[in-house]
Design a protein around this ligand. Structure first.
Ligand code: GLC
Length: 476
């Protein structure tokens, strides 16, 4: 089984969000299970030199984009056993960051066209092209419109995975016609048209052979108007070829027993974990106290993550007998909110408005509770890492948070965390209060941690589900 992953980010090359973690780790597990998986990404300027220095050019081609003829280099680098290819065109990709430019439509149109053309030049014609999020969404469209007729491509199947339906890649129709050489029939009615323009994401959903998303609950939610981002009726009509497969995390990379960022290593010992807490309190300038629970947020500071709930009850939260640590950057209003809280309550709140992988790991290891009150969450990775590091998740019951955190039941002693259903600040506050009050009930806390230790959030099972899906498509 040969699979080509097309995506716009992957750890350790380029990352803006959880997508990069998935693309950096799922292929390794699929390869372990015997599949030939390769990944193709844009070659951004920010990819660290330690990687670019090791890349070699394996093909040079000319990509036709309507009337344009664009240079395209394909570079290759093998990383942890996985071949990674990089689409090189300095005009489009030699810029800071990944997205947010006025010509993103053209940049990712070029990327999708380049992926299709590259396959024959790198001599890798896959059985399945697995496309991730809108940036790769036009690949299934190009396949149907221009490639499926050619004998050497005829067997290819395409899978579209939605990591976040909110970002759809909607641009003017004229641009699509221009870049992709598509006729009018692709635009009206049951086609690419969206909000008066046209959409990369919708193209991927409609023209792929199968749609997946990153948790079963999110697969259900996006079929409703509230989460469906105006594509819910389309998704309902396609539900027979839509399913959710929950993300895993890289268990080798994320392991408190070997994590190079931790001073004290541990796996099951709560005592050793607590030593990390004391170091963290010291590093953050908080009172060094074992008996006070430490609540962490490690996240992009954006609306999706439920920060407006925190804003609504921040005073009440700061009155609790708990310490807080926040790590992340994002919207200014939320950065300000946490800075303000840290200034006003220096003994309770440490606000680290930055991103720092080492500190992130120390926070996972040092915290007792990990808060994710998201408005919506396709899968969520923070809660999985938190559990691997024995920090108890406290989440809103949505998407992957609902599928991976089982609420604690004080009567049966079952459960791996705390959760609340409605997007409501006082429901969250009440749940935080409840968790804090359990922290000093040793029996409850031990129970919770024991339940967490029994869970497996590695890629093993989910990679099997992807492999089964590829098989099923290849046979069908
Ligand atoms: C997006 C989603 C997040 C998910 C990640 C990886 O970032 O917002 O919930 O975990 O993609 O699939």
């Amino acid at each position: 089984m040969k699979v080509l992953f097309a995506a716009s980010e992957a750890v350790p090359f380029a990352k803006t969000g959880g997508l990069a973690d998935v693309i950096g780790s799922l292929p390794k597990e699929l390869a372990k299970q015997g599949l030939d998986v390769r990944v193709i990404l844009p070659k951004y300027e920010d990819i660290p030199a330690q990687w670019t220095e090791r890349m070699e050019t394996v093909a040079v081609l000319t990509v036709r984009m309507g009337w344009r003829q664009q240079y395209c280099g394909i570079l290759k680098l093998e990383h942890e056993g996985i071949p990674f290819y990089f689409v090189d065109n300095e005009y489009y990709f030699r810029r800071k960051g990944c997205y947010g430019y006025g010509d993103d439509a053209e940049r990712f149109a070029f990327y999708c066209l380049a992926v299709m053309d590259a396959m024959q030049h790198i001599d890798f014609i896959p059985d399945v092209i697995h496309c991730h999020d809108w940036q790769a969404g036009m690949i299934p469209v190009l396949y149907r419109a221009h490639f499926s007729y050619q004998p050497r491509y005829a067997h290819i199947k395409t899978v579209m995975t939605v990591h976040n339906l909110k970002y759809q890649g909607v641009f003017g129709k004229e641009q699509f016609k221009d870049y992709f050489a598509l006729g009018d029939e692709h635009f009206t009615g049951y086609a690419l048209e969206q909000y008066g323009g046209a959409s990369f994401m919708k193209g991927g959903l409609l023209y792929s052979d199968y749609i997946t998303t990153v948790s079963p609950s999110y697969a259900d939610e996006i079929q409703t108007p509230f989460y469906g981002e105006y594509l819910d009726s389309l998704l309902r009509s396609q539900s027979f070829r839509l399913k959710g497969i929950v993300n895993g995390i890289d268990y080798d990379e994320l392991d408190p027993m070997t994590d190079p960022h931790l001073e004290v290593h541990y796996r099951d010992s709560v005592e050793d974990k607590r030593k990390n807490k004391l170091k963290l309190q010291e590093r953050l300038g908080l009172p060094v106290r074992e008996d006070v629970p430490m609540i962490a947020l490690v996240t992009r500071l954006v609306e999706q993550k439920g920060l407006s709930l925190i804003d609504r009850v921040i005073e009440e939260l700061m009155q609790l007998n708990a310490q807080w640590v926040v790590l992340g950057t994002g919207e200014q209003r939320y950065e300000q909110m946490f800075r303000w809280a840290a200034e006003r309550y220096p003994d309770k709140m440490a606000a680290c408005i930055t991103f720092d992988e080492g500190l992130a790991r120390q926070i996972y290891a040092g915290s007792d509770l990990f808060l994710m009150p998201s408005q919506f969450e396709p899968c969520g990775i923070g809660q999985l890492i938190a559990m691997r590091y024995l920090s108890v998740p406290l989440v809103r019951e949505t998407g992957g948070l609902k599928d991976t955190v089982q609420p604690y039941n004080e009567f049966t002693g079952e459960g791996t965390g705390f959760s609340f259903a409605h997007y409501n600040a006082h429901d969250m506050l009440y749940t935080v209060q409840r968790a804090v009050s359990y922290y000093n009930q040793e029996e409850v806390w031990t129970n919770l941690l024991n339940n967490i230790k029994e869970k497996d959030f590695s890629w093993h099972r989910s990679a099997q589900l992807y492999a089964e899906l590829y098989e099923q498509l290849a046979q069908g």
